[in-house]
Design a protein around this ligand. Structure first.
Ligand code: CP3
Length: 344
């Protein structure tokens, strides 16, 4: 049994003694301890593929920041690689695929990842589980099919993702085949993460907001649905960043938690909660550059507006690498100390 299962309780919309908190990208460059491990290896990929090191940097924020969940140190791009499209992480630039997807023939050449290709992730999960010793839950994750398609077609990050969107308009059949192969790979991958010990899963749809509501209905939601319907062993957090246009449809998705960013209104959140979903988020990560007094006030305001039930506190996106660590601590500590006023 877990000593601290606040996040699982909040995901199930059960009463909690306080709101739980963790941060997207907590295992990363905000911590000097991470940078030390990172500078001792040849590159990011060595860190990701060496289970002992991935385990070490996964545990760091647990011990140093006192968050209520660990998230396995990995990347969403390991799935395209397992399908046959290797990536590199270019220093100070970001991810890069040397080959990209341009046609139906390219999609046909890709394989559905069966799971074993990503054994290094499962080995890391097992090590983390052991190291955590049931202190807190361990979150596994994957990228959503649309976000992974964007990287596989663009080859790298983009401001507009116009190449990926062009692909949807010009080659919809190839796009559907690719999304389906990614979804099947992701199901295999997430099931193996559960077998290795993941207590909860998050699906990152980081670029959901570049699509229209109509396109998301065609190219985004059906594949999220396929993944969520295939997994019922652990709670799932679906995070379609910024895609507030699809909240009504998300209520029907077979998942427990919806991740929201700082553009979601209190009304949006209340509507999701009223439909039985827990909500994760939604503090603006740039808000952590403010004074600590303002951060404490802002965090308290967020907690009051999200309510005592069905909320997992987090940022609305990953913590920015140059955020002062004391400000991150202030945010986390404020949340852990906060007592909701419950009217009787
Ligand atoms: O949340 C965590 O602490 C767990 C680890 C994690 C990483 N990437 C480690 C990482 C998670 C959950 C991810 C997910 C991820 N990766 C997403 C979805 C979330 C999001 O931010 O929208 C995306 C789009 C990626 C792709 C990716 N990986 C990018 C764009 C970059 C470069 C930019 C950046 O954020 O640094 C990466 C590299 C990456 N992934 C780093 C880390 C810690 C930085 C590597 C380093 O230089 O040390």
């Amino acid at each position: 049994m877990l000593e601290n299962d606040l996040i699982l309780k909040a995901a199930a919309c059960q009463a909690v003694e306080r709101t739980p908190v963790w941060l997207m990208r907590q295992a990363g460059r905000i911590l000097p301890e991470y940078r030390k491990v990172r500078s001792s290896v040849s590159g990011f990929k060595e860190l990701v593929t060496t289970p002992e090191l991935a385990c070490e940097v996964t545990i760091q924020p647990v011990d140093i920041l006192g968050v209520d969940a660990a998230i396995i140190f990995s990347d969403i791009l390991v799935v395209p690689e397992a399908m046959g499209l290797p990536y590199e992480l270019i220093e100070a630039k970001g991810p890069l695929f040397l080959e990209t997807i341009e046609s139906q023939a390219d999609v046909e050449k890709l394989r559905v990842a069966e799971g074993p290709e990503l054994q290094y992730v499962y080995d890391a999960l097992k090590l983390v589980k052991k190291e955590l010793n049931n202190r807190i839950p361990l979150i596994g994750f994957a990228g959503a099919p649309w976000t992974l398609l964007s990287y596989m077609v663009e080859g790298q990050g983009s401001k507009t993702f116009s190449k990926a969107r062009k692909f949807l308009y010009q080659q919809p059949e190839a796009a559907h085949l690719l999304l389906d192969k990614i979804a099947d790979s992701t199901i295999n991958y997430l099931k193996s993460q559960i077998a290795a010990g993941a207590d909860m899963l998050q699906i990152f749809d980081s670029w959901a907001a570049v699509l229209s509501a109509e396109q998301y209905r065609v190219f985004g939601l059906p594949y999220l649905e396929k993944i969520c319907n295939a997994i019922d062993e652990v709670p799932i957090i679906v995070f379609p960043k910024g895609a507030n246009y699809t909240f009504d449809e998300l209520k029907e998705l077979n998942c427990q938690v919806i991740g929201v960013d700082w553009n979601a209104s209190t009304e949006d959140v209340r509507n999701l909660q009223a439909a039985g979903k827990a909500v994760q988020g939604k503090y603006d990560p740039a808000g952590l550059y403010a004074s600590r007094k303002e951060i404490a006030k802002g965090a308290q305001q967020m907690l009051a507006s999200m309510g005592p039930v069905g909320h997992i506190a987090n940022l609305g996106h990953g913590v920015y690498p140059d955020t002062p660590l004391d400000n991150v601590r202030c945010f986390i500590d404020t949340i852990k100390e906060y007592q909701h006023v419950v009217s009787v």
